[in-house]
Design a protein around this ligand. Structure first.
Ligand code: 5RP
Ligand code: FE2
Length: 221
């Protein structure tokens, strides 16, 4: 069953708690939180204090996507703030294996470890750690902003990654992030995605529940 992770990057930040509750009631499976540092990506968003402030408004897992340089410095603060899944970019990590270990050990093993790749980064970069991670986040836009168009070359990457995960008996799930909407979801699911992140397609919709349903139903198309 495909899971949907609304990205609060497209929410109204003046009422973030209510916006999270709204998508929980609308059928979301996880809450995707985009952390940007103005350095790894040209935008600045959310720090650990904000994550901690909204932690108790929902029981849904917090899926924290770190788009920062030097991610090793922020791993523990975000785990303490309440991240359930913490994903770092392979392009930003000098010692990726060490960061993954730190995430998995942090706060008594309460957090799952994810690794993310930009559209232009090959899955060759992570083929030696496919059994070490819980989640692989394939970016289907260049990170930094919501509302961009889906980059189709990612479909082939999802297929190749799915086959590699099967071949090495990895239980890691594939999450796809960027430009996911009612038009792009079906091909992403068909290629092998397990979790779809969607910001503008959910928070920009008049009816969030209908938008989430539409993405889930794309699996049957
Ligand atoms: O990581 C991200 C951007 O870097 C966001 O999660 C992503 O862009 C979601 O927004 P949309 O669904 O509007 O593309
Ligand atoms: Fe994201």
């Amino acid at each position: 069953m495909i899971k949907i992770a609304p990205s609060i990057l497209s929410a109204d930040f003046s009422k973030l708690g209510d916006e999270i509750k709204k998508v929980e009631q609308a059928g979301a499976d996880l809450i995707h939180i985009d952390v940007m540092d103005g350095h790894f990506v040209p935008n600045l968003t959310i720090g650990p204090n904000v994550v901690a402030a909204v932690r108790n408004v929902t029981k849904l897992p917090f899926d924290v996507h770190l788009m920062v340089s030097n991610p090793q410095d922020l791993v523990l603060p975000f785990i303490e703030a309440g991240a359930d899944i913490l994903t770092v970019h392979a392009e930003a990590a000098s010692h990726l294996h060490r960061i993954i270990e730190t995430i998995k050990k942090g706060n008594k093993g309460s957090c799952q470890a994810g690794v993310s790749l930009n559209p232009a980064t090959s899955i060759v970069w992570i083929e030696d750690i496919l059994r070490e991670v819980d989640l692989i986040l394939l970016m289907s836009v260049n990170p930094g902003f919501g509302g961009q168009s889906f980059i189709p070359l990612v479909l082939e990457k999802i297929r190749r990654l799915k086959a590699q995960l099967k071949a090495c008996n990895s239980n890691a799930v594939i999450e796809v992030d960027g430009g996911i909407n009612a038009n792009t979801a079906a091909s992403v699911i068909e290629a092998g995605a397990d979790i779809l992140v969607a910001g503008s397609a959910i928070y920009g919709a008049k009816n969030c529940a209908a938008a989430i349903r539409q993405l889930k139903n794309a699996a049957a198309l």
